[in-house]
Design a protein around this ligand. Structure first.
Ligand SMILES: [Zn+2]
Length: 288
């Protein structure tokens, strides 16, 4: 699929309405074609990059303040279960504001049955509960600091060429019990040990030296602006926590550590708390 481009001054039926009306004379003097461009994938699990109008003091997306890069660029993304509308509000000095709304297209999600997981009615093991709490605390800590990186500006690469063995967003049923949806995209090469690369530049926020219960050897990268990748089930890491990585840099090897039915790379992407579809960052499967 081709990246969609929405000019908020105009809008189009295929993209939903992209009306952006200036609420003051001052804002109306701005050139909308130059300043109100938003490019990306405007659907559940998707994302967009844009540039705020000249003179923007504060930019809000769905009523939350967005960080602005020095060139006024910004990044937004839409959770798997996002509502149908996005709203951007640019506040200018002097109390003037410019507001734009756009449609976030809904998706139809698959159902997947997985012959793994707790037996129905099984009580959680207290040792497991304790271990899991510690693991979740490390994941939370890794996501709690915002790192400066321009990875969010890059067109993401496939971390490895392979078969998509699990799609993002699929509703999973474990041993007959409905569980959470699949939080990432699985890529399989048919073997363990295949090297994979960073899809975009970033800072390594966690490179777990031992296997987590579910995630296995977990590797997390902050691409800046609240956007981050996680790579699960690795057999090895080629980087350590705190490392800066370039786009395309070798960072680890595919494995089957943690809860996995076979070797694959589970790649998940989050922006703030929104869970995103990696496929909408990389486009069609690479050839070969
Ligand atoms: Zn997965």
């Amino acid at each position: 699929m081709i990246d969609r481009r929405l000019l908020l001054a105009g809008g189009g039926a295929a993209l939903g309405l992209g009306l952006w009306r200036a609420s003051s004379n001052a804002a109306e003097r701005l050139d909308p074609l130059a300043d109100f461009a938003l490019t990306g994938r405007l659907s559940q699990g998707g994302w967009a990059r844009g540039r705020a109008p000249f003179g923007t003091r504060t930019l809000l997306f769905n009523r939350r303040v967005l960080p602005l890069a020095p060139d006024r660029s910004f990044f937004i993304a839409f959770d798997r279960d996002s509502g149908p509308l996005g709203e951007l509000v640019a506040d200018f000095s002097g109390g003037e504001a410019s507001k734009g709304q756009f449609a976030i297209a809904p998706r139809a999600w698959q159902i997947e049955r997985i012959p793994l997981g707790p037996k129905p009615g099984a009580k959680p093991n207290p040792d497991y509960v304790r271990r899991r709490e510690a693991e979740l605390a490390r994941i939370k800590a890794a996501r709690s600091i915002d790192h400066a990186s321009d990875g969010w500006r890059q067109k993401f690469l496939w971390p490895v060429n392979g078969r998509v063995s699990g799609r993002f967003g699929a509703q999973r049923i474990y041993n007959g019990v409905p569980g959470s949806y699949h939080s990432g995209m699985d890529i399989a090469t048919g073997t363990s040990g295949t090297p994979f690369v960073a899809p975009a530049a970033g800072v390594v926020t966690l490179a777990a030296e031992s296997s987590f219960s579910l995630e296995g050897r977990l590797l997390m990268i902050d691409h800046g602006m609240g956007l981050g990748s996680a790579f699960l089930h690795c057999s090895a890491h080629a980087v350590k926590t705190g490392d800066l990585v370039r786009q395309g840099q070798y960072i680890g090897k595919i494995g089957a550590t943690g809860r996995a039915t076979g070797p694959h790379l589970h790649w998940s992407i989050k922006w703030r708390e929104a869970r995103l579809d990696p496929l909408l960052f990389v486009g069609a499967l690479p050839a070969g």
